[in-house]
Design a protein around this ligand. Structure first.
Ligand SMILES: [Zn+2]
Length: 278
């Protein structure tokens, strides 16, 4: 994908090098505690609040390669903002841009504390996508899905979850969760994930339309989509496949729904919930 020198998103929050879960007391925090104590309060009361809110700043030194990757991710995010603003506008709705948080180690989100092993994720509670850039290496080494466009697909998939949130799909999922068994819910979850793949495909089509795709890009995305399919992950983890616990869909399904979105370039074929042909 052509991306160097292109415009970046202003929605990236860089929290690399910060301690997400347990922060120490910053200078301001200590002053507040002293004043509070002088006024006769119990410092323990406010220590806890400050503790979670005050990330510790450790000077973070990123490698050149990592900085490039951060820039790349920012350009991809900017592209998603353009395409979804356009598609939403056609439907007469306004697109609220999500934030993308870069982190290392662990991070505090409205969905709880997450570590790098979680992989990139979207939290509907704070409308943010969380990414540890190390995942790029993981895609290459663990999932055998190298390339910048593989990473771009992952970002576009997470943004797809935000689009679902904007369009009310996540709310519907929460309602369904209350009513159905866990196995049934897993089936809905597969549909949710395949829909996010479809939405990533819509984004890829937009990039193609601007003549920014390079040879091999689509293959990279498809390889990534199939590599992170649940059957592959489960095979590698346990050597066999358990269809009932699928939550993301099989490799073949993920690839296919990504490509469907790519071919359509809009929301016309996005209904993974209303089809028997998953
Ligand atoms: Zn997902």
């Amino acid at each position: 994908m052509k991306w160097k020198g292109r415009s970046r998103s202003s929605n990236v929050e860089d929290k690399r090098g910060m301690k997400g879960a347990v922060g120490g007391l910053g200078g301001l925090g200590i002053i507040i505690v002293i004043i509070y104590t002088l006024l006769g309060g119990n410092p323990g009361d406010i220590m806890q609040t400050i503790d979670t809110e005050q990330p510790q700043n450790v000077p973070y030194v990123a490698t050149q390669e990592e900085e490039e990757l951060a820039e790349f991710v920012s350009v991809v995010l900017a592209d998603t903002e353009v395409v979804w603003a356009e598609i939403f506008a056609e439907q007469g709705i306004q697109y609220t841009e999500p934030k993308l948080v870069l982190f290392t180690g662990s991070v505090q989100s409205a969905c709880g504390v997450a570590g790098s092993s979680t992989g990139p994720f979207y939290c509907p509670g704070d409308q943010k996508v969380y990414v540890d850039l190390d995942f790029y290496q993981e895609l290459k080494n663990k999932f055998d899905a190298p390339g910048d466009f593989a990473m771009a697909y992952v970002i576009a998939h997470e943004i797809g979850h935000h689009v679902q949130n904007e369009l009310g799909v996540i709310d519907q999922m929460n309602e369904i969760r209350e009513k159905v068994s866990e196995d049934e819910y897993n089936e809905y979850n597969v549909r949710l994930e395949l829909q996010a793949d479809y939405l990533a495909g819509v984004w890829a089509r937009h990039v193609q339309g601007k003549n920014l795709l390079e040879e091999g890009d689509l293959e990279e995305a498809m390889t990534a989509a199939s590599a992170v399919g649940d059957d592959r992950i489960q095979m590698e983890a346990q050597g066999y496949v358990v269809p009932d616990s699928f939550t993301h869909g099989t490799s073949e399904q993920r690839k296919r729904w990504f490509y469907k979105g790519y071919e359509a370039g809009d929301l016309s074929g996005w209904d993974t919930f209303g089809t028997d042909d998953l």
